[in-house]
Write a protein that binds this ligand. Structure first.
Ligand SMILES: N[C@@H](CCC(=O)N[C@@H](CS)C(=O)NCC(=O)O)C(=O)O
Length: 213
């Protein structure tokens, strides 16, 4: 398998965590977002949205959307599973993943921030307000969900799908000044994940394309 991604991309980071939790090997193909490589013709053939990640399977299929990629990994490599026992618990796991993927991350994506700054005149203050209102608001909702789903991890005591989404979202929130200091459960899970070898391996700083500073 080949994973096309970028070290600091939170959506790529989700897939790296899932691959690491499942102990799957893959070839990492960096796509430099700051150089605009996601908009190059060759990459657009893989992902017409011009976003990372994309996963090329051993059969040559090219998959996009981190949630769909992780679902593919779960279906093709079910052991160890990233899904909890019980239909309601699985629904909560998907709800946390989708809240982050649909309601939080798109509002802080590189192209969204570039558009707001260059075409809508957002200064740093306006940008910080935006990020705390939209991604921050969605994360507040996740924190409320965690109050009744979490144990050591997002759903019970085993790391899984929801943690694959939560950890990169917290990493991105910290980068962009979203204040999550009041979200105790989330911060507790984040700290625990830092000591887990799969999350450690998937961390942006450990990737071949990581740049200092
Ligand atoms: N919903 C997509 C989001 C993908 C996404 O937003 N990727 C970002 C990096 S985290 C990206 O490629 N941004 C490039 C850009 O904004 O130009 C997924 O889950 O895969």
């Amino acid at each position: 398998m080949k994973l096309f991604g970028y070290w600091r991309s939170s959506a790529t980071y989700r897939v790296r965590i899932a691959l690491a939790l499942k102990n799957l090997d893959y070839d990492y193909q960096p796509v430099n977002l700051l150089k605009g490589e996601q908009k190059a013709e060759g990459y657009l053939a893989r992902n017409p949205l011009g976003l990372v990640p994309a996963l090329e399977t051993d059969d040559g299929a090219v998959l996009t959307q981190s949630l769909a990629i992780i679902a593919y990994l779960e279906e093709t490599q079910p052991d160890p599973s990233l899904m909890p026992e019980g239909a309601a618990a699985r629904a909560h796991a998907r709800a946390i993943a989708m809240t982050i993927a649909s309601e939080a991350q798109p509002f802080m994506n590189l192209r969204m921030q570039q558009y707001l700054k260059t075409e809508r005149g957002f200064d740093e203050t306006a940008m910080t307000e935006w990020l705390n209102r939209w991604p921050g608001g969605a994360m507040a909702a996740v924190e409320k969900t965690l109050a009744h789903t979490a144990g050591d991890y997002c759903i019970g005591d085993t790391p899984g799908l929801a943690d694959c989404f939560l950890v990169p979202q917290i990493y991105a929130a910290a980068r962009f000044g979203v204040d999550i200091s009041g979200f105790a459960k989330m911060n507790e899970i984040y700290a625990r994940c830092h000591n887990h070898p799969a999350f450690e391996k998937a961390h942006p700083d450990k990737q071949a394309d990581a740049v200092e500073g």
